[in-house]
Write a protein that binds this ligand. Structure first.
Ligand SMILES: Cc1ncc(COP(=O)(O)O)c(C=O)c1O
Length: 402
């Protein structure tokens, strides 16, 4: 079992804190906070522009992060790693650039378990362009997404499959590896939403021969600072698409009549980026790798399995998770208590969970639910947190006299 609370100052500053909301955003270790704090005290300047030492050093750290992300993903072109504001912006970037090259009658496939970030941009695009948006459904019983539910939707008109690697509500891992292989053979582009996958699993896209056309994720869910997203894309597509945002830092030359654009990655990073957040990602990946992604996955899975077992023993509690789980996501309901009330009562016990639709309304509707309570375990949680969750859930039933 990992024992990492000591690395995260938030726990020292909030004794008794049981933080089970890392699926929304993760806490930050001293390794990251101290480095970035020191960076602002000693080094900060804007990147790319200054011809002085501080700017050079900041630019070096910024570029080193891009290299680190490429190494973390196992991809060969760091210049195809694009820093955005978050996963949401990264998906929108592709929808408003590559998406605009699609034509009326073309087809895009998404799954029913997408976060709104990987659903609404495609729905909007389909309305703008007359594109047919097709939905791959999960199995209501197993809560898995069978490959055939995706492949049976593929036709000659399919141009893109936009797929979550892991559901933020169910923890279901999609068959994204098989989808990548099948789509590549058919010339269909794939965008993978790795927001709930990258912080918890090791994947080397290059080594597995699986480089996706696009992959997006949110560093703030993996111990880096907020305000940053990552898009990785294949060079030939990123070179072809027009810029998403235009202005400073992304140009080659500007005249009164015309503008030419800088090469990648600058073409897709207009304006001053979130420099501190980018640099925090360098340190966050370093920290996660020092623990080991496999160890993180095993640790949080153990905690989630224990939590699921214990929750299922409580009368009136229903857990919504596939049989085979490999991460720390545990969604549940309690008969007779609204998830918002569950979260409120748990908060009184210093147990922080999430309640609601989790930005996945189509999925919640498909499952014929109003909302879920969701606990998410990460590398700093421990068995004591499971115990606190269970005690607090039992207290919910007492409060409601159930
Ligand atoms: C699966 C998934 N995709 C996308 C997002 C959106 O991430 P962000 O809020 O960083 O844009 C989230 C956030 O919870 C998510 O869980």
């Amino acid at each position: 079992m990992l024992d990492l609370k000591k690395d995260f100052p938030v726990f020292k500053n909030n004794p008794g804190l049981c933080f089970l909301d890392s699926g929304a955003s993760a806490q930050k270790p001293s390794h990251v906070i101290d480095f970035v704090s020191n960076f602002y005290k000693t080094t900060y300047a804007n990147i790319h522009r200054g011809i002085y030492n501080l700017s050079w050093r900041t630019t070096e750290l910024y570029d080193a992060t891009r290299e680190k992300v490429a190494q973390f993903l196992g991809v060969s072109n760091p210049e195809c790693v694009i820093f955005t504001k978050n996963t949401t912006e990264a998906v929108n970037l592709i929808a408003y650039t590559y998406g605009e090259t699609l034509n009326e009658g073309d087809e895009i496939i998404v799954s029913i378990m997408e976060h709104h970030a990987n659903f609404v941009p495609w729905q909007m695009l389909s309305k703008r362009k007359g594109i047919n948006l097709k939905i791959a459904y999960i199995d209501r019983e197993t809560l898995e997404l069978p490959l055939k539910n995706i492949t049976s939707l593929i036709t000659e008109k399919t141009k893109l499959i936009a797929l979550s690697m892991c559901s933020n509500v169910l923890g279901t891992i999609s068959p994204f590896k098989e989808v990548l292989k099948i789509a590549r053979d058919k010339g269909i582009k794939v965008l993978l939403d790795g927001a709930q996958y990258m912080p918890h699993h090791k994947i080397n896209f290059g080594k597995e021969g699986l480089e996706p056309d696009f992959v997006v994720f949110s560093p703030h869910k993996m111990c880096a600072f907020d305000g940053l997203g990552v898009l990785y894309g294949q060079r030939e597509v990123l070179e072809k698409i027009p810029p998403f945002l235009t202005g400073g830092d992304m140009i080659e030359s500007v005249s009164i009549e015309n503008t030419t654009f800088a090469p990648l990655p600058n073409k897709l990073e207009a304006g001053t980026p979130p420099i501190g957040a980018v640099i925090s990602l360098l340190k966050a990946i370093e920290y996660l790798e020092s623990i080991g992604m496999k160890n993180i996955e095993e640790h949080e899975t153990k905690l989630a399995k224990e939590a699921i077992k214990r929750l299922k023993e409580i009368d009136g509690v229903h857990v919504f998770a596939p049989e085979k789980i490999s991460n720390g996501i545990v969604s549940f309901t309690i008969d007779g208590i609204h998830p918002h009330d569950i979260a409120t009562i748990l908060a009184e016990d210093n147990v922080c969970i999430r309640a609601g639709m989790h930005c996945a309304e189509p999925l919640i509707t498909f499952l014929e639910q109003d909302s879920f309570a969701r606990a998410t375990f990460y590398l700093y949680n421990d068995l004591e947190d499971v115990e606190k969750l269970i005690t607090s859930v039992k207290r919910c039933r007492e409060v409601f006299k159930l």
